[in-house]
Design a protein around this ligand. Structure first.
Ligand code: ATP
Ligand code: MG
Ligand code: MG
Length: 415
C-alpha cells in the first residue's frame, strides 16, 4: 500500500484507454499503477515505480497490484473477477516497513459484480430485461453448446428470422465475436467460425443509426447509487463491426431523441454497481425508438472527443474522479458546437496510416481544430492505433464538409 500522499489507482490493462487515463492523471498528481506487459502504451505515458509486469488475467499479479493500490480499476472488462471479488472481501497481505504484515482491502470500481455481469453479453441483457426499468433490448436466445449448437441456431433463426447476429457471449471486442447469419447457407460456417465459444443469437436490429452515451456513475458512502451524469449523445459509425467514426451531435437526430438516449443510458447504468464511467451503446430505429446494444464499464472509444470538447471534465478525468470519489460536475456541456472523432486504424501495410497522421499534423484551419492522438502501438490491419478529434463552432454538417480530406484518407486506409 502507498505511503505516498498521492492517491494510487491500480489499473488492470495498459492499452490506449489506460494511456489516456494516465494523460489525465499526470497533471493532477494521481498515480496509476498498471498491470500489463512492459512498455505497454499506458506505461509509456506514466512514470511510477508501482507498475506490475504481467498479464491482467493473472491472479497473482493482480494481488501484487492490489497490495500497492488505494483502489483497483480496469481499462478492459475481460479480466478475472473472482480474484477481484476475493481482494475486495478478504484483502491482500502487505508487508510494512517494520517487517509486520497487515491486510489491505482496496475497493474495486466499477464493482467486480458489474464486470462479471457485463463480461457475458447475454446475461448483461437479461439483467437489463429483468431490471423492471423498461430497458429495450433485442430479443435473444442462448445457443446450446457442443454438437447441439447447429440445431439450436436453426431454432433461433425460425424464431427471429434472418438475418440474425450470432454472438460470442464472452471475450469479444471490435465485433470479433460476431457473425452475421444472413441465410441458411451460413449456419454451419457461423458455428464453425465461433466454434467452441459459448454463444447466443440476437434478433437483427434494423437500425438507422447507432448512438452512444457515456455516463458517470457515483455512489454514496454506503455503496448506494448517488448520481448518474450523462455526456451528450453521439453517433457512432461501425464498419465491419469496428467503430471508425463518431459524430457529436448525431447527424439528423432530433434533440428529443438525443435526450431520450441520455435518459435511457442513465436508467441502464443505474441498474449496475460501483463508481466510474460507462458507455451505453444503442441502436436508433426507424420510428425514433431506442434499443440498448451493450454497455462498456470503462472509458470508451465514443467518448474520446470529450478530451477536447467537454470543458468540465473529459471521460478520463471523470473516471479518475469517480473511482477516487472526487467531485463530479452536475452538467457536461460541450464547449463547441460540433466534434468528429476519426479512429486511426492500421491498414494493409504497417505505414498505411502515416499519410493520415501527416495530414492531421499539418492541417491548420480557423474553423476547425485538429487533435491527433497516436498510441504508439504497432500497426496491424484494423487495429486501433490512434484517433483524431476535430472540433468546431459550426454545425456538424459543415464540420463534416471541412473534414472531408481527413475522412477520405480514413476511408482509403480501410479499403
Ligand atoms: P465492442 O468493440 O463495441 O465491444 P463487440 O465485439 O462487443 O463490440 P457488438 O457491440 O455486440 O460487438 O456489435 C458490434 C456491432 O455489430 C454493433 O455496433 C452493430 O454495428 C452490429 N450489431 C451488433 N448486434 C447487432 C444486431 N442485433 N443487429 C444488427 N447489427 C448488430
Ligand atoms: Mg463489446
Ligand atoms: Mg459494441
Amino acid at each position: 500500500m502507498t505511503d505516498n500522499r498521492n492517491p494510487v489507482i491500480g489499473l488492470l490493462g495498459g492499452g490506449q484507454l489506460g494511456r489516456m487515463l494516465c494523460e489525465a492523471a499526470n497533471p493532477v498528481g494521481i498515480d496509476i499503477a498498471i498491470l500489463d506487459e512492459d512498455n505497454s502504451p499506458a506505461k509509456q505515458a506514466h512514470n511510477t515505480n508501482r507498475h506490475v509486469t504481467g498479464s491482467f488475467k493473472d491472479p497473482s499479479r493482480i494481488r501484487e497490484l492490489a497490495a500497492q493500490s488505494d483502489v483497483l480499476s480496469v481499462e478492459i472488462e475481460h479480466v478475472e473477477t473472482e480474484v477481484l471479488e476475493d481482494i475486495e472481501k478478504n484483502g491482500v497481505e502487505v508487508k510494512l516497513v517494520d517487517g509486520s504484515t497487515k491486510t489491505h482491502k482496496p475497493p474495486v470500481h466499477p464493482s467486480w459484480r458489474t464486470l462479471r455481469l457485463i463480461q457475458d453479453k447475454y446475461l448483461q441483457k437479461e439483467h437489463f430485461r429483468a431490471s423492471g426499468k423498461n430497458i429495450p433490448i433485442a430479443e435473444q436466445v442462448a445457443i446450446e453448446p457442443g454438437p447441439a449448437a447447429l440445431e439450436s441456431l436453426k431454432q433461433a433463426a425460425a424464431r427471429f428470422g434472418l438475418p440474425l447476429m450470432l454472438k460470442a457471449r464472452k471475450g469479444s471486442y471490435d465485433g470479433r465475436g460476431n457473425f452475421k447469419v444472413s441465410s441458411e447457407a451460413d449456419f454451419e460456417a457461423a458455428i464453425q467460425a465461433l466454434g467452441g465459444l459459448s454463444l447466443y443469437a440476437e434478433k437483427w436490429a434494423p437500425f438507422v443509426k447507432e448512438l452512444a452515451v457515456m455516463v458517470i456513475r457515483t455512489e454514496d458512502g454506503n455503496g448506494k447509487l448517488k448520481s448518474c451524469v450523462a455526456y451528450p449523445a453521439v453517433e457512432t459509425i461501425h464498419e465491419d463491426s469496428i467503430c471508425t467514426k463518431v459524430f457529436m451531435p448525431p447527424r439528423g437526430v432530433s434533440d428529443a431523441v438525443c435526450e431520450a438516449a441520455r435518459n435511457l443510458a442513465t436508467e441502464v447504468i443505474g441498474t449496475l454497481w460501483g463508481r466510474g464511467v460507462f458507455a451505453v451503446e444503442m441502436f436508433l430505429l426507424q420510428d425514433d425508438s431506442l434499443m440498448v446494444n451493450e454497455v462498456a464499464p470503462r472509458p470508451h472509444n465514443s467518448g474520446h472527443y470529450t478530451i477536447e470538447a467537454v470543458p468540465q471534465m473529459s471521460q478520463y478525468k471523470a473516471q479518475l474522479h469517480a473511482v477516487l470519489d472526487l467531485p463530479i460536475p452536475k452538467k457536461l456541456i460541450p464547449r463547441v458546437s460540433s466534434s468528429i472523432m476519426l479512429n486511426v486504424l492500421g491498414g494493409a501495410t504497417p505505414d498505411a496510416h502515416l499519410e493520415l497522421a501527416d495530414l492531421a499534423r499539418s492541417t491548420l484551419d480557423e474553423d476547425m481544430d485538429v487533435y491527433l492522438h497516436l498510441y504508439n502501438k504497432a500497426s496491424k490491419p484494423s487495429r486501433k492505433i490512434g484517433h483524431i478529434t476535430l472540433t468546431s463552432n459550426s454545425s456538424i454538417q459543415d464540420l463534416e464538409v471541412k473534414a472531408k480530406p481527413l475522412i477520405d484518407l480514413v476511408n482509403k486506409i480501410r479499403h
